[in-house]
Design a protein around this ligand. Structure first.
Ligand code: HEM
Length: 217
């Protein structure tokens, strides 16, 4: 799919329900429950769950305006879980992940030599997190400030509409943050957590291996 080049302001593209999004083609990605038994070595308790993966698809739209990249996700979730009132409560969440090397594997969330960078939105938090991972069990949540990552979400008629926004390139050019170059290709993978179904960490639905993306010039 394309990261469409559009002539629109950051303010417009940050709004999940702005008209501009009707001009950006979307791709419907099927989601599968994560193979949680494979992570039993990390948490035998977490791996007991069998009814995770409530959300079975997500519509993804990608756009950039020459400076900033936007990812809009839209998925159905009958209840919005935005508040955590007890230890056993979890909020809805969404993650979008990119490879940091050509050999990084999305299914494994990277490995020692091939890390990945993900953006994580949680419905109960004011700001998203920038996540760095080198395989299951290794993910580090970092402040969104390290890359200027922002999100805006709207829950309407049973659907979450979420926009992730970040500059195409970060001033912190390093090995731990993804950079987007117009006229090049990359991959993207998505994970969705249904907080109402107590989903968190490995308990989620995911889009499989990298969906190829072409960043328009
Ligand atoms: C391919 C799409 C995927 C994306 C976008 C993704 C994204 C993420 C993110 C952002 C986190 C951090 C969550 C947090 O801090 O609350 C996380 C955690 C985790 N994920 Fe994934 N994930 C994907 C696939 C998978 C798969 C297939 C598994 C296998 C069951 C898995 C296992 C885990 C585990 C065990 C954790 C928690 C431990 C840790 O901190 O690394 N992930 N994932």
């Amino acid at each position: 799919m394309k990261v469409k080049s559009v002539n629109a302001s950051n303010d417009k593209l940050t709004e999940p329900l702005a008209d501009i999004w009707s001009q950006v083609p979307g791709k419907n990605l099927g989601l599968a429950p994560s193979p949680i038994a494979a992570t039993q070595y990390l948490s035998p308790f977490m791996a007991l769950k069998t009814d995770h993966g409530t959300v079975s698809n997500v519509e993804l739209k990608l756009a950039h305006n020459g400076r900033t990249i936007f990812a809009r996700l839209r998925w159905k979730n009958d209840r919005a879980n935005t508040v955590i009132k007890d230890l056993d409560d979890f909020s809805d969440g969404a993650g979008i992940m990119f490879p940091l090397t050509p050999d990084a594997n999305a299914f494994a969330m990277g490995d020692e030599a091939n890390p990945v960078n993900a953006w994580l939105w949680k419905a109960d938090k004011e700001k998203p997190f920038d996540v760095y991972a080198r395989g299951w069990g290794s993910s580090q949540r970092r402040s969104a400030e390290i890359s200027g990552l922002e999100t805006q979400a709207e829950y309407i008629d049973g659907f979450w509409h979420l926009v992730f926004k970040r500059s195409l390139r970060t001033s912190l050019i390093g090995k731990e943050l993804v950079n987007f170059t117009p006229n090049s290709t990359l991959g993207v993978a998505i994970a969705i957590w249904d907080g109402g179904n107590k989903e968190r960490a490995a308990q989620k639905s995911f889009s499989g291996n990298w969906e190829p993306i072409e960043i328009e010039p």
